[in-house]
Structures are given as C-alpha cells and as structure tokens.
Design a protein around this ligand. Structure first.
Ligand code: PLP
Length: 373
C-alpha cells in the first residue's frame, strides 16, 4: 500500500481524472477473482446475478446520495455527455418547437451547436438564453441565468464549465430559476455537494470527472418527461427504451458501472455529499486564496461563480506559465495545463483529490510567485 502511495503523483487532470486510492486498491484486490466467483466481474454476463447486484447497488447509491425522489429514474447510458447533446433535443424538441440553451463555456456551446443541428432537421429552433450569443468575455454571475421563451420545450445549461471554471449551484451563483423543464449537464460536478434533484427534469453526467472512469453517462430523468419523448426515433435513441429496460437494452459498460459503485461506496463511507462539499470548498478556497492574495496570479472568473472543481488561473506571461508547468511537473504535479482553447493553467480538484494535493499546489504557487514575482 505504501508503494502505491509513493508512486502516485498529485493528479490535477480535468478528466479522465484521479480516483480515490482506496477505490483503486479495492478494485485491484478483487479484480481477478471477484468475490470468489472464479472470474473477474467484467467476465460475467450482464444478466447474471453477480453483475445484476452491482448494477442495482450503483443505482441505489446514486439514489441514496443524491436523494433521487420516486418521480425520477437513474439511467446508465453510453456515448458520453456529447451524445446527450444530440439525444436530448432529438427526444424532447417537438417539430416547430423551441429549445433554450444557456452558453457559459465550451461545453454548453457544444450543446448549443448540436441542438441547432437537430432543430434544423425537425423544423424547430434553439434560442440562446444569454442573448449576446457568444461566450461571455468576462464571467460575471449577472450574465448567468438568462431569459427563456414562454413556450420553450426545455432550458438547458451546464452546472460546471470544466474549461472555463464557471459553476452554478453554490453561494453567490444560485441555480437559474426558469419556467421550463430544466436539463443540466453535470459532467464535471455531479455529486460534489448535496443535490436537490426535484428542481431538474434531466441531469446527465459523464462519469470520468467526478465519479468513475470514462465509458458511462449517469442520467437522472423525470419519469413524466420520458413519457413525453418522441417515439418516432430509432429505438436505441429513445430515452424511454433505456428506462424501460433498466439500462440493459444493450450490454451496459459493466466495468465502468462497477467502478462507480466502488467510488460511491467510498463517498458514502467518507460521510456523503455534505462531507464532500466541506472538503471541496476547503480545497478550492486554499487555491483561490493564493490567487487572490497575490498580484502574480489572476483568475478570470468573477468570485461569485467560480468553480469549486476546476480552478483556472493565469500568470503574468505565457513564458512564466510554461515555466510553472515544468517546475510543478518536476515536483510531482500533473494535469495543470489549461485547455488548449483557453490557455493558462487549471487545477481540477474533484471529490477524489485529497486536501493535501490542493495544499501542496498552494505552497508551490506561493513559492513560485516569491521566486518569480
Ligand atoms: C467532459 C465534459 C463533457 C464531454 O464528455 P464526453 O464524455 O467526452 O462526451 C461534456 N460536458 C462537460 C461539462 C464536460 O466536462
């Protein structure tokens, strides 16, 4: 076990991202012979009792942690959050209808582009909830939320913009209040804090940021919405198909779902979502405090809507940013390069990142600024 810890670096990757060491160790320990059944779990039929139990446990853990009410159903889908960008309008944008999309960063912009493709094919349209139409140049909370047509079929947004470091749903950056079914891409902050599922009609989250490996998307869907979805689509593209078959219409990604089960058991044993929130705020504040207490670092995001998961920051010059990356890598820190589309630096500190990682990075930042400021 000590060996494992020694070999592991401070991993700030945006996704696929760090998973709890305890979860990796458990997975390794039970990998080849899963609970005495003589095979690994991923060699088991997805319809057999061994996998079925894991599938149900994963659903139960999500239900318990997020407090999923009876009005909603948990689904495991594939194709990433990116596929939901297309499937959501396919299912819920009626001919001639209008869907509303809030754009606050790269991912919601992609959802907008994909929504427009689908809308063009069915004589519908997508409106921008933030009417200036483009990414806000400065991320200020007053720009978030926006307006929605009274006849909108839905309102769609991303709770956390992984690349731009903008987040909803916490102090200073409350959830948008809109009068339409609400669809939310929670890929990079699903289960970072307690969640009121009832205010959403469709939540979706690629697992590879906060709750597991890539290969599966967790959805929490309002059942009454499912009934209203289009039924003239190929079966596999209808959400109702997956709901009716309990996410077993086709072979589910059994390994990814098993990993989610392991991660969420860890979350529960660590104290659940309120404990996660406390830890996540402590980590994020550790880094934002360094940024705000120095003229050397700069965060482009207004305080109120800063992400607790992806802390983005700039240094005075790109040359210093390159030097920062090189020196931090030599100190055992990785994944700090900002997305190529925006540059700068980014520390992704999801549930699995221990406080010590944020603290280590914070110390390195202070030290680097003292040497180069
Ligand atoms: C990573 C990410 C996506 C894309 O996920 P894929 O699994 O690659 O489709 C979508 N939305 C957000 C907010 C993300 O962080």
């Amino acid at each position: 076990m000590t060996e494992n810890i020694m070999a592991r670096i401070l991993n700030f990757s945006a996704g696929p991202a760090a998973l709890p060491l305890a979860v990796l160790e458990r997975t390794q320990a039970e990998f080849i012979d899963y609970q005495g059944c003589g095979t690994s779990l991923i060699e088991q039929s997805h319809r057999g009792p061994v996998y079925s139990q894991v599938h149900q446990e994963a659903i139960d853990l999500i239900t318990e942690l997020a407090g999923v009410p009876d009005t909603h159903q948990v689904l495991f889908l594939q194709g990433g959050a990116s596929q939901q960008f297309a499937m959501l309008p396919m299912n819920f944008l009626p001919e001639g209808g209008v869907g509303s999309q809030l754009v606050t960063g790269t991912w919601s912009k992609k959802a907008y582009a994909e929504g427009k493709n689908v809308a063009a094919a069915c004589g519908a349209s997508i409106e921008l909830a933030n009417p200036n139409g483009e990414l806000p140049s400065a991320f200020v909370d007053t720009q978030l939320g926006g307006q929605v047509s009274s006849n909108a079929a839905y309102y769609s947004f991303a709770s956390n913009e992984t690349i731009h470091g903008v987040q909803f749903g916490h102090e200073g950056s409350p959830w948008p209040e809109v009068d339409a079914p609400v669809f939310c891409d929670m890929s990079s902050d699903f289960l970072w804090q307690p969640l009121d599922v009832s205010r959403f009609d469709f939540i979706y989250a690629g697992a590879q940021k906060n709750i597991g490996p890539s290969g599966v998307v967790v959805c929490i869907v309002r059942k009454s919405l499912l009934e209203r979805g289009r039924s003239d689509l190929p079966t596999i593209f209808q959400y109702r198909t997956h709901a009716e078959k309990d996410s077993m219409f086709n072979t589910p990604p059994t390994f990814a779902i098993y990993m989610i089960r392991n991660v969420l058991e860890w979350v529960r044993d660590e104290g659940g979502l309120s404990a996660m929130k406390t830890r996540n705020l402590r980590k994020a504040n550790r880094l934002y405090d360094v940024i705000d207490s120095s003229d050397f670092f700069n965060c482009p995001v207004e305080r109120g809507c800063r992400s607790t998961m992806n802390v983005v920051f700039r240094l005075p010059t790109e040359a210093l940013e390159a030097q920062f990356l090189e020196e931090s890598a030599a100190q055992g820190m990785s994944g700090l390069k900002g997305h190529r589309s925006v540059g700068g630096l980014r520390a992704s500190i999801y549930n699995a990142a221990p406080y010590e990682w944020a603290d280590g990075l914070g110390q390195f930042m202070t030290d680097f600024a003292a040497r180069n400021g």
